[in-house]
Design a protein around this ligand. Sequence first.
Ligand code: MN
Length: 213
Amino acid sequence: MAALRRGESKRPTGAKSDAEGQSRGRFSSSPGLLFVVQKHQGRSLHYDFRLEEHGVLKSWAVPKGPSLDPVVKRLAVAVEDHPLEYADFEGNIPEGQYGAGPVMVWDRGPYTPESSDHAAASLENGELKFVLHGKKLHGSWVLIHTRNNHWLLIKQPDAYASSEDVTRLKPRSVLSGRTLSEIATMGEARRTSNGPGEGEDIQTKQAHQRRQK
Ligand code: MN
């Protein structure tokens, strides 16, 4: 599924057929950019929030995970860009490698930058507003730069804002339905029709080795 979206994102927007627009329903205006939130038990538990931008995944580590409550500002620490392929990774980062521990695809889907500018310009300016079309996260969000590599991830008030604790109420993988501890004990990503194949899994691990530090 992610591969399909990536393919679509490379296509000129004008090239979409009407049928395609209809099949994508309310996402029809989306240029097909991908977001993913990976729950990761490294040295400490965090949620890696990643947005596709210029062929890579811009990434932030969010220790407490996203909150649906617009009054809650969640610290998001900018980390290295990751390759797009990493959005498919669910499994265990082996002992001895940076970030060793289980990784879950906690949420994933298309996102749309709210500004007409390219997301890159908004990131340079330290404020990026975007709409998420995930399985768990929806509606309008903003990332605001504060200092150094510190940003804040905040839900914008809209119909999807809520005081419910989404990380507690929806703890399972959107790829496999597993919890993080099940991933830790069961090992490699379950192979599903839209999940990564074995070869891809190895590639994404190598990518992780290259990109993480
Ligand atoms: Mn991480």
